[in-house]
Design a protein around this ligand. Structure first.
Ligand SMILES: Nc1ncnc2c1ncn2[C@@H]1O[C@H](COP(=O)(O)OP(=O)(O)OP(=O)(O)O)[C@@H](O)[C@H]1O
Length: 306
Protein backbone atom coordinates (compact mmCIF):
# COMPACT_ATOMS: atom_id res chain seq x y z
CA UNK A 1 0.00 0.00 0.00
CA UNK A 2 1.55 3.35 -1.03
CA UNK A 3 1.64 6.06 1.66
CA UNK A 4 -1.00 4.60 3.97
CA UNK A 5 -2.85 7.14 6.11
CA UNK A 6 -2.35 4.79 9.07
CA UNK A 7 0.52 2.35 9.43
CA UNK A 8 0.66 0.10 12.48
CA UNK A 9 3.46 -2.43 12.93
CA UNK A 10 3.90 -4.69 15.95
CA UNK A 11 1.75 -2.54 18.25
CA UNK A 12 1.78 -3.62 21.88
CA UNK A 13 -0.07 -1.95 24.78
CA UNK A 14 -0.19 -2.95 28.40
CA UNK A 15 -2.11 -2.04 31.51
CA UNK A 16 0.34 -2.85 34.29
CA UNK A 17 1.39 -6.45 33.80
CA UNK A 18 -1.57 -7.23 31.48
CA UNK A 19 -0.83 -6.97 27.76
CA UNK A 20 -4.09 -5.91 26.06
CA UNK A 21 -2.65 -5.50 22.53
CA UNK A 22 -0.07 -8.11 21.58
CA UNK A 23 1.63 -7.28 18.30
CA UNK A 24 -0.99 -5.81 15.95
CA UNK A 25 -0.23 -4.88 12.31
CA UNK A 26 -2.49 -3.13 9.81
CA UNK A 27 -2.62 -0.31 7.31
CA UNK A 28 -5.39 2.05 6.31
CA UNK A 29 -5.36 3.54 2.82
CA UNK A 30 -6.44 7.05 1.91
CA UNK A 31 -10.17 7.40 1.35
CA UNK A 32 -11.16 3.98 2.65
CA UNK A 33 -13.26 2.93 5.62
CA UNK A 34 -11.38 0.46 7.79
CA UNK A 35 -13.41 -1.40 10.41
CA UNK A 36 -11.75 -2.61 13.59
CA UNK A 37 -13.94 -5.40 14.94
CA UNK A 38 -13.56 -7.85 17.78
CA UNK A 39 -14.95 -9.58 20.79
CA UNK A 40 -15.40 -7.69 24.08
CA UNK A 41 -12.01 -6.87 25.53
CA UNK A 42 -10.19 -7.72 22.30
CA UNK A 43 -8.21 -4.46 22.36
CA UNK A 44 -10.15 -2.25 19.89
CA UNK A 45 -10.50 0.77 22.17
CA UNK A 46 -6.88 0.51 23.31
CA UNK A 47 -5.75 0.40 19.67
CA UNK A 48 -8.03 3.33 18.73
CA UNK A 49 -6.77 5.39 21.67
CA UNK A 50 -3.20 4.81 20.52
CA UNK A 51 -4.07 5.92 16.97
CA UNK A 52 -5.89 8.97 18.35
CA UNK A 53 -2.78 9.95 20.35
CA UNK A 54 -4.55 9.49 23.68
CA UNK A 55 -1.99 6.95 24.92
CA UNK A 56 1.52 5.94 23.82
CA UNK A 57 2.33 2.56 22.32
CA UNK A 58 4.37 0.35 24.65
CA UNK A 59 6.11 -1.23 21.66
CA UNK A 60 5.82 -1.16 17.89
CA UNK A 61 5.46 1.62 15.36
CA UNK A 62 2.35 3.73 14.79
CA UNK A 63 2.18 6.41 12.10
CA UNK A 64 -0.93 8.49 11.47
CA UNK A 65 -0.84 10.86 8.46
CA UNK A 66 2.93 10.32 8.53
CA UNK A 67 3.31 11.44 12.17
CA UNK A 68 3.65 9.85 15.60
CA UNK A 69 0.17 10.37 17.11
CA UNK A 70 1.44 10.53 20.69
CA UNK A 71 4.40 12.88 20.20
CA UNK A 72 2.87 14.98 17.42
CA UNK A 73 -0.69 15.09 18.66
CA UNK A 74 -0.98 18.87 18.47
CA UNK A 75 -0.02 18.86 14.79
CA UNK A 76 -2.39 16.01 13.97
CA UNK A 77 -5.36 17.36 15.90
CA UNK A 78 -6.64 19.82 13.27
CA UNK A 79 -6.39 17.07 10.61
CA UNK A 80 -8.32 14.41 12.50
CA UNK A 81 -11.82 14.08 13.92
CA UNK A 82 -12.69 11.83 16.84
CA UNK A 83 -16.10 10.54 17.86
CA UNK A 84 -15.65 8.82 21.20
CA UNK A 85 -18.00 6.21 22.67
CA UNK A 86 -19.11 8.64 25.39
CA UNK A 87 -19.18 12.38 24.93
CA UNK A 88 -20.24 14.14 28.12
CA UNK A 89 -21.57 17.49 26.91
CA UNK A 90 -22.74 20.01 29.51
CA UNK A 91 -26.42 19.06 29.65
CA UNK A 92 -27.71 22.62 29.98
CA UNK A 93 -26.10 23.92 26.79
CA UNK A 94 -28.10 23.88 23.57
CA UNK A 95 -26.91 21.94 20.51
CA UNK A 96 -25.96 25.25 18.85
CA UNK A 97 -23.98 26.40 21.92
CA UNK A 98 -22.08 23.10 22.04
CA UNK A 99 -20.99 23.57 18.43
CA UNK A 100 -19.95 27.19 19.10
CA UNK A 101 -18.04 26.16 22.23
CA UNK A 102 -16.31 23.31 20.41
CA UNK A 103 -15.38 25.52 17.48
CA UNK A 104 -13.83 28.06 19.86
CA UNK A 105 -11.87 25.56 21.95
CA UNK A 106 -10.83 23.02 19.33
CA UNK A 107 -9.23 25.47 16.93
CA UNK A 108 -11.45 24.04 14.19
CA UNK A 109 -13.16 26.34 11.75
CA UNK A 110 -16.85 25.77 11.15
CA UNK A 111 -16.54 25.40 7.38
CA UNK A 112 -20.23 24.77 7.01
CA UNK A 113 -23.29 24.42 9.13
CA UNK A 114 -22.59 21.01 10.65
CA UNK A 115 -25.96 20.96 12.39
CA UNK A 116 -27.62 21.26 8.99
CA UNK A 117 -25.44 18.50 7.64
CA UNK A 118 -26.29 16.16 10.50
CA UNK A 119 -30.00 16.97 10.26
CA UNK A 120 -29.97 18.79 13.61
CA UNK A 121 -30.50 22.38 12.46
CA UNK A 122 -34.09 22.32 13.71
CA UNK A 123 -32.77 21.25 17.15
CA UNK A 124 -30.18 24.07 17.41
CA UNK A 125 -31.89 25.72 20.41
CA UNK A 126 -32.74 22.51 22.26
CA UNK A 127 -30.71 21.69 25.37
CA UNK A 128 -28.47 18.63 25.20
CA UNK A 129 -30.38 16.93 28.03
CA UNK A 130 -33.57 17.20 25.95
CA UNK A 131 -32.09 15.64 22.81
CA UNK A 132 -32.87 11.99 22.08
CA UNK A 133 -30.07 9.42 22.30
CA UNK A 134 -29.83 9.35 18.50
CA UNK A 135 -29.68 13.14 18.26
CA UNK A 136 -26.94 13.26 20.90
CA UNK A 137 -24.87 10.75 18.89
CA UNK A 138 -25.42 12.87 15.77
CA UNK A 139 -24.20 15.92 17.72
CA UNK A 140 -21.09 13.88 18.63
CA UNK A 141 -20.60 13.16 14.94
CA UNK A 142 -21.19 16.83 14.04
CA UNK A 143 -18.35 17.87 16.35
CA UNK A 144 -16.06 15.14 14.99
CA UNK A 145 -16.53 16.31 11.39
CA UNK A 146 -16.23 20.02 12.18
CA UNK A 147 -13.52 21.54 9.99
CA UNK A 148 -13.66 18.62 7.51
CA UNK A 149 -10.92 16.37 8.95
CA UNK A 150 -8.87 14.21 6.56
CA UNK A 151 -9.10 11.30 8.98
CA UNK A 152 -12.08 10.43 11.14
CA UNK A 153 -12.22 7.97 14.07
CA UNK A 154 -15.68 6.61 14.82
CA UNK A 155 -15.86 4.57 18.02
CA UNK A 156 -19.16 2.66 18.03
CA UNK A 157 -21.05 5.56 16.39
CA UNK A 158 -24.45 3.86 16.29
CA UNK A 159 -24.57 1.91 19.56
CA UNK A 160 -28.03 2.15 21.06
CA UNK A 161 -29.59 3.83 18.02
CA UNK A 162 -32.81 2.63 16.43
CA UNK A 163 -32.56 1.22 12.88
CA UNK A 164 -33.69 4.48 11.24
CA UNK A 165 -31.17 6.64 13.14
CA UNK A 166 -28.49 4.08 12.30
CA UNK A 167 -29.33 4.31 8.60
CA UNK A 168 -29.14 8.11 8.78
CA UNK A 169 -25.69 7.91 10.36
CA UNK A 170 -24.58 5.48 7.62
CA UNK A 171 -25.74 7.95 4.98
CA UNK A 172 -23.63 10.71 6.58
CA UNK A 173 -20.64 8.33 6.72
CA UNK A 174 -21.10 7.42 3.03
CA UNK A 175 -21.21 11.12 2.18
CA UNK A 176 -17.92 11.69 4.02
CA UNK A 177 -16.35 8.77 2.14
CA UNK A 178 -17.52 10.24 -1.18
CA UNK A 179 -15.69 13.45 -0.23
CA UNK A 180 -12.48 11.46 0.34
CA UNK A 181 -12.39 11.28 4.16
CA UNK A 182 -10.48 8.28 5.52
CA UNK A 183 -12.42 6.60 8.32
CA UNK A 184 -11.55 4.11 11.06
CA UNK A 185 -14.65 2.57 12.61
CA UNK A 186 -15.18 0.29 15.57
CA UNK A 187 -18.56 -1.35 15.93
CA UNK A 188 -20.27 -4.35 17.43
CA UNK A 189 -22.82 -4.32 14.59
CA UNK A 190 -21.43 -6.63 11.95
CA UNK A 191 -23.98 -5.48 9.37
CA UNK A 192 -22.61 -1.96 9.86
CA UNK A 193 -19.12 -3.13 8.91
CA UNK A 194 -20.54 -5.26 6.08
CA UNK A 195 -22.40 -2.26 4.71
CA UNK A 196 -19.65 0.39 5.06
CA UNK A 197 -16.17 -1.15 5.27
CA UNK A 198 -13.72 -1.52 2.42
CA UNK A 199 -11.33 -3.47 4.60
CA UNK A 200 -11.44 -4.76 8.15
CA UNK A 201 -9.54 -6.49 10.90
CA UNK A 202 -11.05 -8.70 13.59
CA UNK A 203 -9.13 -8.59 16.86
CA UNK A 204 -9.28 -11.44 19.32
CA UNK A 205 -7.44 -11.38 22.64
CA UNK A 206 -5.11 -8.61 21.51
CA UNK A 207 -4.07 -10.02 18.14
CA UNK A 208 -5.44 -9.70 14.60
CA UNK A 209 -7.26 -12.97 13.93
CA UNK A 210 -8.52 -12.02 10.46
CA UNK A 211 -7.94 -9.07 8.16
CA UNK A 212 -8.36 -8.08 4.54
CA UNK A 213 -11.01 -6.78 2.21
CA UNK A 214 -14.59 -7.78 2.91
CA UNK A 215 -14.51 -10.02 -0.16
CA UNK A 216 -11.27 -11.71 1.01
CA UNK A 217 -12.46 -12.46 4.50
CA UNK A 218 -15.85 -13.74 3.34
CA UNK A 219 -14.17 -15.97 0.76
CA UNK A 220 -12.26 -17.65 3.59
CA UNK A 221 -15.43 -19.21 4.97
CA UNK A 222 -17.73 -21.87 3.42
CA UNK A 223 -21.27 -21.14 2.24
CA UNK A 224 -24.20 -22.91 3.91
CA UNK A 225 -27.23 -24.80 2.70
CA UNK A 226 -29.75 -25.78 5.36
CA UNK A 227 -33.10 -27.57 5.23
CA UNK A 228 -35.46 -29.91 7.11
CA UNK A 229 -35.43 -33.50 5.91
CA UNK A 230 -38.84 -35.19 6.12
CA UNK A 231 -39.19 -38.23 8.41
CA UNK A 232 -38.10 -40.99 8.21
CA UNK A 233 -35.21 -39.94 5.94
CA UNK A 234 -31.72 -39.58 7.40
CA UNK A 235 -28.64 -37.88 5.92
CA UNK A 236 -27.49 -41.21 4.50
CA UNK A 237 -30.32 -40.88 1.99
CA UNK A 238 -28.83 -37.67 0.56
CA UNK A 239 -26.88 -37.66 -2.70
CA UNK A 240 -23.07 -37.27 -2.71
CA UNK A 241 -22.26 -33.60 -2.01
CA UNK A 242 -18.95 -31.73 -2.15
CA UNK A 243 -19.49 -30.00 1.21
CA UNK A 244 -19.64 -31.39 4.75
CA UNK A 245 -23.08 -32.52 5.87
CA UNK A 246 -24.07 -32.01 9.51
CA UNK A 247 -27.32 -33.32 10.98
CA UNK A 248 -28.15 -30.88 13.79
CA UNK A 249 -29.86 -32.18 16.96
CA UNK A 250 -32.82 -29.96 15.98
CA UNK A 251 -33.33 -32.23 12.97
CA UNK A 252 -32.15 -29.56 10.56
CA UNK A 253 -29.50 -30.56 8.03
CA UNK A 254 -26.66 -28.15 7.26
CA UNK A 255 -24.22 -28.45 4.37
CA UNK A 256 -21.04 -26.35 4.66
CA UNK A 257 -19.64 -26.05 1.20
CA UNK A 258 -17.23 -24.05 -0.96
CA UNK A 259 -19.27 -25.13 -4.03
CA UNK A 260 -22.65 -23.63 -3.24
CA UNK A 261 -24.15 -23.70 -6.73
CA UNK A 262 -23.03 -27.26 -7.54
CA UNK A 263 -24.18 -28.75 -4.23
CA UNK A 264 -27.51 -26.91 -4.34
CA UNK A 265 -28.16 -28.12 -7.90
CA UNK A 266 -27.36 -31.75 -6.96
CA UNK A 267 -29.52 -31.57 -3.84
CA UNK A 268 -32.56 -30.07 -5.58
CA UNK A 269 -32.26 -32.45 -8.55
CA UNK A 270 -32.17 -35.40 -6.12
CA UNK A 271 -35.18 -34.08 -4.16
CA UNK A 272 -37.14 -33.56 -7.38
CA UNK A 273 -36.35 -37.03 -8.75
CA UNK A 274 -37.02 -38.78 -5.41
CA UNK A 275 -40.16 -36.72 -4.75
CA UNK A 276 -38.76 -35.52 -1.40
CA UNK A 277 -40.13 -32.25 -0.03
CA UNK A 278 -37.26 -30.39 1.70
CA UNK A 279 -38.53 -27.96 4.35
CA UNK A 280 -37.40 -24.32 4.86
CA UNK A 281 -34.53 -24.49 2.36
CA UNK A 282 -31.94 -21.74 2.84
CA UNK A 283 -28.74 -21.22 0.89
CA UNK A 284 -26.34 -18.37 1.52
CA UNK A 285 -22.74 -17.33 1.20
CA UNK A 286 -20.70 -16.78 4.36
CA UNK A 287 -21.58 -13.64 6.33
CA UNK A 288 -19.31 -11.52 8.46
CA UNK A 289 -20.96 -13.22 11.43
CA UNK A 290 -19.58 -16.59 10.24
CA UNK A 291 -16.12 -15.01 9.88
CA UNK A 292 -16.44 -13.48 13.35
CA UNK A 293 -17.28 -16.82 14.95
CA UNK A 294 -14.38 -18.48 13.13
CA UNK A 295 -12.05 -15.70 14.29
CA UNK A 296 -13.14 -16.27 17.88
CA UNK A 297 -12.20 -19.89 17.65
CA UNK A 298 -9.08 -18.88 15.68
CA UNK A 299 -9.89 -21.63 13.23
CA UNK A 300 -8.34 -19.71 10.38
CA UNK A 301 -6.33 -16.64 9.53
CA UNK A 302 -6.32 -14.39 6.49
CA UNK A 303 -3.42 -12.03 5.83
CA UNK A 304 -3.86 -8.31 5.27
CA UNK A 305 -4.62 -7.62 1.64
CA UNK A 306 -2.58 -4.54 0.77
N1 LIG B 1 -7.55 1.01 32.31
C1 LIG B 1 -7.43 -0.30 32.24
N2 LIG B 1 -6.81 -1.01 33.19
C2 LIG B 1 -6.65 -2.35 33.11
N3 LIG B 1 -7.12 -3.11 32.09
C3 LIG B 1 -7.75 -2.47 31.11
C4 LIG B 1 -7.94 -1.04 31.12
N4 LIG B 1 -8.60 -0.70 30.00
C5 LIG B 1 -8.82 -1.85 29.33
N5 LIG B 1 -8.30 -2.90 29.97
C6 LIG B 1 -8.33 -4.31 29.55
O1 LIG B 1 -7.67 -4.40 28.30
C7 LIG B 1 -8.35 -5.31 27.44
C8 LIG B 1 -8.70 -4.59 26.14
O2 LIG B 1 -9.65 -3.58 26.43
P1 LIG B 1 -10.29 -2.68 25.29
O3 LIG B 1 -11.21 -1.71 25.97
O4 LIG B 1 -9.22 -2.13 24.43
O5 LIG B 1 -11.11 -3.77 24.48
P2 LIG B 1 -12.30 -3.57 23.43
O6 LIG B 1 -12.00 -4.48 22.31
O7 LIG B 1 -12.46 -2.13 23.11
O8 LIG B 1 -13.54 -4.09 24.25
P3 LIG B 1 -15.12 -3.70 24.17
O9 LIG B 1 -15.61 -4.24 22.88
O10 LIG B 1 -15.67 -4.44 25.35
O11 LIG B 1 -15.21 -2.20 24.28
C9 LIG B 1 -9.54 -5.81 28.22
O12 LIG B 1 -9.20 -7.07 28.78
C10 LIG B 1 -9.74 -4.77 29.31
O13 LIG B 1 -10.30 -5.36 30.46
Amino acid sequence: MRNPVIDVVGLRCRYGSFEAVRGVDFEVAEGELFALLGTNGAGKTTTMETLEGLRPADAGRVRVLGADPWRERAALRPRTGIMLQESGFPADLTAGEVVTLWTATSGRRATEDVLERLDLAHRRDVRVKQLSGGERRRLDLALAVLGRPELLFLDEPTTGLDPESRQRTWEVVRGLLREGTTIVLTTHYLEEAESLAHRLAILHEGVVAVSGTLVDVLAGQPARISFDLPEPLGVDALPMLLGDVVHEPSGRVEVRTRELQEDLAVLLAWAGAADVRLGRVRAHHASLEDVFHAARSRSFRVGVAA
